[in-house]
Each structure stands twice: as C-alpha cells, then as structure tokens.
Write a protein that binds this ligand. Structure first.
Ligand code: ADP
Ligand code: MG
Length: 236
C-alpha cells in the first residue's frame, strides 16, 4: 500500500508538471496547425510532394495534440463536479463524437442505450471515460470487420455501460497491467487513457471491469451507482 501511495504521489507531481508544460505548448501548436493548413490551401504550392508533406505534418501535429490532451486529463482529476445528469444523453453525445473516427477506420458501432438513465457526477469527466473506452475499442479492431457494441441499462442499484469489441483482445498478463500509468502496447500510445479512466470511475463510486480473450475481443463494463430516478429504466 505504501509503495502504491508513493507511486500515486509521484504520479501527481509528474502530472501537474506535465500539464503545465502541455498547456503552454498547446497554443503555439494550434497556431502552427492553422498556418500549415493555409499553406496547404495555397494553389501556388501544387507540387504533390508538398501536399504529401503537409498531410504528414498535420497528422503529427494532431498526434502531439492527443498526447497533450492525455497529460492534461491526468492532472485535471482534482476538479470534480457532482450533478445529476442524463447518462443516456451523454452516451449518445460521445458516440456521435466518436462516429467520425470510427467511420474513418471503417468500424461499425452498434448501440443499445436505454433512455432515461441518470447518474450523479461530472459530465465532462464521464465523457472522458467513454471517449477513452470507445477510442481503445476502435483502435483494437480490424478495419475489415470491426464492430463495437455499446449497451447501457439500469440493473438494481447500478447503471451499467458495456463496451464490447471484436478486436485483438488481451492476454491475462496484459489485462493485469491496464490502467498502470504509461502501460501501452501501441506504437504511439501514451498509456495514460485508462489510468485516467479508472480514476474517474472510482471517483464516481463506480467500477470498471474487463473481460478479454486474445484474438476474440474485449469487453469493458462501467458500473455507476444509479440515482433513484432511473431504477426502472431499461432494467434487466
Ligand atoms: P493507450 O491507448 O495510449 O495505449 P490506454 O491506457 O488507453 O493507453 O490503454 C493501455 C493499453 O491497454 C493499450 O495500449 C492496449 O494494449 C490495452 N487495451 C486497452 N483497451 C483495449 C481493448 N479494447 N482491446 C485490446 N487492448 C486494449
Ligand atoms: Mg487509449
């Protein structure tokens, strides 16, 4: 426990520091991105080589932006609101945001979200949870038959949200390590997404459980305490 505490403390110092750097770096990056885009739109630069380079620069800038976002999210955790919110609407919103990313990767979303599910929590933090989970699911599946199923329903005193993919899956060893800061199997991952995700879910008095089989797929289940309002919504 002590080792874990020291680790958590270290992480919070590192993340505070990283976040302030990340915050400062974000603005110049946005400016650079804007100018590169302008150069790309200029008809005088019609050399196909240039447009290839510009595409590369833009995608690397977006990548830098993603890393920054992961680090900023890691540090943002102490600011936490508690409001009654409609989880069904929140999920629909997150799915809408992720759909363009999924289409780009040719992944099919299948949604089954009960209407009128309510929980108490921080809307922007909870959005982060489902963005991270959906992003991992989309990244795990193949571009030919990738499918991600999102189910949400109330079950007794919990509201459960299950995100199931038919992607690469994980071995028991890999499963045991997810959520550990900087643990990633991706060439270009930060390994911070699930660290943040687990911590937000725990702050909401909930749990995040994984089931996974290499080559078959993964399912991630978030359970959040229901508030009395939705005890009958989509009950199983
Ligand atoms: P990142 O996505 O930056 O690698 P995460 O913390 O989001 O960091 O995930 C950590 C690791 O857990 C990933 O690199 C991946 O190996 C594994 N993982 C997470 N979700 C899934 C999933 N749905 N299917 C397979 N592996 C997963
Ligand atoms: Mg991730």
């Amino acid at each position: 426990l002590r080792a874990r505490l020291i680790k958590t403390e270290k992480l919070s110092i590192v993340s505070e520091l990283a976040a302030s750097v990340a915050h400062e770096v974000r603005n110049p990056l946005t400016v650079v991105r804007g100018f590169i885009q302008l150069i790309g739109m200029d008809r005088k630069n019609d050399d196909p080589k240039n447009s290839e380079y510009i595409t590369l620069v833009l995608s690397e800038l977006d990548r830098a932006q993603e890393i920054i976002t992961d680090y900023l999210n890691l540090a943002k955790q102490q600011y936490f609101e508690k409001n009654e919110l409609c989880l069904s609407d929140l999920l629909e919103e997150v799915i809408k945001i992720m759909t363009s990313y999924a289409n780009f990767k040719n992944v099919h979303f299948k949604n089954n979200i009960a209407p009128g599910l309510y929980v108490s929590g921080d809307a922007s933090r909870l959005k982060q949870v489902f963005l991270n989970l959906l992003k991992n699911a989309v990244e795990a599946v193949s571009e030919t038959d990738g499918e991600v199923k999102i189910t949400a329903y109330a079950s007794h005193e919990f509201t459960r949200i299950k995100i199931k993919d038919n992607g690469v899956g994980m071995t028991a060893e890999q499963l045991a390590r997810i959520g550990e800061p900087y643990f990633t199997l991706k060439e270009r991952g930060t390994g911070l997404g699930l660290t943040v995700t687990f911590s937000i879910v725990e702050q909401h008095g909930g749990t995040l459980r994984y089931q996974s089989q290499p080559g078959t797929g993964t399912s991630a289940t978030v359970s959040l305490p229901s508030i009395s309002k939705n005890l009958s919504a989509g009950a199983e």
